[in-house]
Design a protein around this ligand. Structure first.
Ligand code: FES
Length: 351
């Protein structure tokens, strides 16, 4: 075999000609660093390292100054649109830590002892003997603790550790009150008029043509008086609207196949459904007049409105809830009850 150059392994041609296994090439020749042989370079490096550590001290002092210098009250100081206190505290503390890190690296690279050592690898798994010794020590610890003989202590300890879980659970209260049954109800109720959601005007069946879709809302958003309560407005209205929004469509009555019990939920081919997709809650109103399909623009769930709002395509797992309709004494469309099932995404009601 050809002689190996120190610091270099055998070449492909070496192996091809000899077929010998690769030999340990050893360490490359040790070359002294400039700081090992030049006292001036050593001094320079020393000053450099000290400079980084000194810079870190200065930055810490600036951190303290920043803490007291900037106003963080109702009218906080800003710099480039950012809170001055936050900005300068972050910069000075980050810089101080960075300088310590750089100084330490430079110290070890340039000035600490440059001795190269070799450490042989060994299997990560402990020897059988070590494993047995460890297991024996573990068992001895268990025996010494008497945990097997003292169920009272063991059980109270487990209870104490379990009780610590409350620390994670109790603060969940800060998320707000439990929703209770509010997710099951909307503001629709028997006798409430159906209003156009743009004009706010109550709808009459004869104003809706076959094939037409109207976005609609309960009258209580426009007039609460007939229902013996205040008109719902403001934030409360926004919350209520997200659940009560409906679409009203008119089809040929002969095209509709109502499910058992829903035969009288429509008026002359006019049906009302929740506008909230049962997949993840997008508002829906892409209406195909010819097929009587309603498409959700978010993930293409498709609902057959002539067939009780059934899902015929897409990820939605539940039919669109239908609002039962009738006509009042003055000929306006009204709901005959609230929805009979929860509206919106179905995940929270499963099971
Ligand atoms: S939200 Fe309607 S399909 Fe996903």
């Amino acid at each position: 075999m050809t002689d190996l150059v120190p610091g270099h392994g055998p070449t492909d041609s070496d192996l091809a000609t000899t077929g010998d296994p690769i030999v340990d090439p050893g360490l490359p020749e040790h070359l002294p660093r400039p700081t090992d042989v030049d006292p001036h370079a050593e001094k320079r490096a020393e000053r450099q390292v000290a400079g980084f550590f000194g810079g870190s001290i200065v930055l810490v002092l600036l951190f303290v100054v920043s803490y007291f210098a900037f106003d963080v009250g109702d009218n906080p100081d800003t710099f480039l649109g950012i809170g001055s206190s936050t900005l300068f505290l972050g910069l000075t503390l980050g810089g101080a830590l960075l300088f310590i890190g750089i100084g330490a690296i430079q110290w070890s690279r340039k000035l600490m002892n440059d001795q190269e050592i070799v450490e042989q690898r060994h299997p990560a798994r402990s020897s059988e003997e070590d494993r047995e010794v460890t297991l024996a020590a573990l068992q001895a610890g268990i025996d010494d603790s008497g945990i097997a003989r003292r169920p009272l202590i063991r059980n109270t300890l487990l209870g104490a550790l379990g009780a610590l879980g409350l620390v994670a659970i109790v603060p969940l209260r800060d998320l707000g009150p439990l929703p209770g049954r509010t997710l099951y109800k909307t503001v629709w109720r028997e006798g409430m008029r159906v209003c156009n959601d743009v004009s706010g005007a109550p709808l009459k069946p004869e104003w809706i043509e076959i094939g037409q879709l109207v976005n609609a809302e309960p009258e209580i958003f426009y007039n609460g008086e007939p229902y013996g309560q205040e008109t719902i407005t403001g934030h409360e209205q926004l919350v209520a609207k997200t659940k009560a929004a409906i679409i009203v469509v008119r089809m040929e009555p002969g095209d509709i196949t109502p499910a058992k019990g829903r035969e009288d939920w429509g008026v002359d081919g006019i049906l009302a459904y929740s506008k909230i997709c049962t997949h993840v809650g997008c508002p829906i109103s892409l209406w195909e007049q010819q097929t009587h399909h309603l498409l959700c623009p978010c993930h293409q769930s498709t609902f057959a409105l002539a067939d009780n709002g059934k899902v015929i395509f897409g990820p939605a797992a539940r039919a669109l809830p239908q609002l039962p309709l009738a006509v009042d004494d003055e000929g306006y469309l009204i709901a005959t009850s609230d929805f009979t099932e929860p509206v919106g995404p179905s995940f929270w009601e499963r099971g």
